[in-house]
Design a protein around this ligand. Structure first.
Ligand code: ADP
Ligand code: GLC
Length: 480
């Protein structure tokens, strides 16, 4: 099949979260299975400057209609692997910036223009580069308008660019909602401004457009597919999602085992397998040293790697400061984002001296070392569409401590509820829930046979992308 993937992030070129990992791994898998895969990505500064994109060549000049003006840009393309082409939709005014979506303080004010331009650029590139796709698969709100723009262009020029469109919701909390006046930039028919179109409480919602107008909608875990049809998790779009409930399927993300495998990982100081954990002990010592802790510390080490946002339940950990004051444990947090949460974590460091460190930066190497060197991985998310770190931690022999939501509930089995097959600790997303989870972890750490059994079960799990990529292929084929 000829498959076009469209996303605002792609590992290893630009990543703020799991979206980049998921789109990168899925695309490589599909190309590996012999499909012809083209990926469209905004030509952000960091991507254009990325050494792996050094071979990118201009393949098309763009002149995009944006309301009553035309904006120019260009497409640069390169092929990082067999069957795989990456097309960068470039316009310096929009994408030659330090970050993909905004500064740490706020989103860029022209994000609607940036991503309308991006989607239109994709459609124009498909038209002029004569990319006739079986499937065009867009990810998250940044690509929400794509099916409408695609069909509109097809009608206007009497061409077929895509047999089917697929839209994946990676996180329904981010919806791309903008003042309705931005809509005229799309040049789409006015009737789409209504309630059966993009209208969302008087504004325009790009996520809503993707959900309503794609042929098939997917999300990243079976449980999240059900959750987003409820008021508790739907972020106001539950009613819209429910109208597509027959066409929504939850396909669990996997792990890119070329990147995340403790036996071959080049970013950690010791490699290991379930049968020989000596390398994991080395990682633990190295992690403790690098965090300024005594490497001979023998108590439990907790790791966290995440965006600092309300979603990830950092505040629930902060509300448990007393746990870190009364228990001789270590907590290592790697994360960037909300400045207030970062300040809260610094307060926790001060309140439990010598026990907690926070590293507020993006650090791929450190994220691997935390997965490998910790005993427990803490992920108290309020909601989690899929979550990747709880899967990484299992194969790295680090026991996940998670809330019972979304992809966490689909990938972790509680050890108390299922002593024979359990491999993690699950708790409600509340201050008391996290307190109970942390206490259970300390008890589990003291019970070495149970701890080791749980760890080994996690390490033996198969989270590879293979199965999920096949499921997407089936879905594409059904769609076509
Ligand atoms: P989300 O997409 O909601 O952020 P996921 O669990 O799906 O959550 O994916 C997060 C990804 O981002 C993981 O690969 C994680 O290791 C990575 N990550 C998050 N914060 C950092 C950081 N500060 N440094 C390096 N990697 C990070
Ligand atoms: C989103 C979600 C996360 C998921 C990732 C990749 O960022 O928050 O749970 O794993 O997308 O699908």
């Amino acid at each position: 099949m000829k498959i076009v993937q469209v996303a605002s992030e792609l590992f290893p070129y630009i990543k703020t979260g799991g979206l980049a990992d998921a789109v990168g791994a899925l695309s490589s898998m599909l190309a590996g299975h012999g499909h012809d895969v083209a990926i469209f990505l905004p030509g952000y500064r960091s991507v254009v400057d990325h050494p792996l994109a050094a071979g990118a060549q201009r393949t098309l000049g763009l002149r995009i209609e944006m309301g009553d003006v035309f904006m120019t840009g260009e497409v640069r393309s390169f092929s990082p692997a067999t069957n795989l082409t990456v097309h960068l939709v470039c316009r310096e005014e929009f994408f030659d910036r330090r970050n993909p979506y905004g500064t740490p303080e706020r989103d860029y004010e022209d994000n609607h223009h940036r991503f309308i331009f991006f989607c239109k650029g994709v459609v124009e590139a498909m038209r002029f580069l004569e990319l006739r796709a079986d499937v065009v698969h867009g990810h998250d709100w940044q690509c929400g308008l794509l099916p409408l723009l695609l069909r509109h262009t097809e009608q206007r020029y009497g061409v077929t660019l895509a047999m089917k469109t697929v839209f994946t919701i990676h996180n329904i909390a981010f919806q791309g909602v903008f003042p309705m006046r931005a809509f005229y930039r799309t040049n789409l028919p006015d009737e789409l401004m209504g309630i059966d179109g993009v209208e969302f409480y008087g504004q325009m919602s790009m996520m809503k457009a993707g959900i309503l107008f794609s042929d098939q909608v997917t999300t990243v875990s079976p449980r999240y597919a059900r959750e987003i049809q409820t008021a508790e998790f739907g972020c106001g779009l539950d009613g819209v999602v429910a109208t597509r409930s027959d066409d929504i399927v939850g396909l669990l993300n996997g792990i890119d085992t070329h990147v995340w495998n403790p036996a071959t990982d080049t970013l950690i100081p010791g490699n290991y397998t379930v049968d020989n954990l000596a390398g994991k002990a080395r990682c633990r010592v190295d992690l403790l040293k690098r965090c300024g802790f005594d490497p001979k510390f023998t108590g439990p080490v907790f790791g966290m790697v995440c965006r600092l946002t309300e979603q990830k339940g950092i505040d629930l950990v902060l509300a448990n400061t007393d746990f870190f004051q009364t228990n001789d444990v270590r907590l290592i947090v790697l994360g960037t984002g909300d400045k207030q949460l970062e300040a809260g974590l610094r307060d926790l460091v001060a309140a439990a001296p010598g026990r907690v460190v926070i590293s507020a930066r993006l650090d791929e190497g450190m994220s691997h070392l935390i997965e490998a060197g910790s005993d427990f991985f803490l992920m108290p998310s309020r909601f989690e569409p899929c979550g990747l770190n709880q899967m990484y931690s299992q194969v790295y022999g680090t026991i996940p401590l998670v809330t019972r939501v979304g992809g966490l509930a689909d990938t972790v089995v509680d050890i108390d509820q299922h002593p024979d097959v359990g491999n993690g600790v699950m708790f409600p997303a509340s201050v008391e829930g996290v307190a109970a989870g942390l206490a259970r972890a300390v008890a589990l750490f003291a019970d070495k046979p149970l701890f080791e059994a749980a760890r080994a079960r996690g390490m033996r799990k198969d989270f590879s992308w293979e199965k999920t990529a096949r499921a997407y292929e089936d879905l594409y084929e059904d769609a076509v």
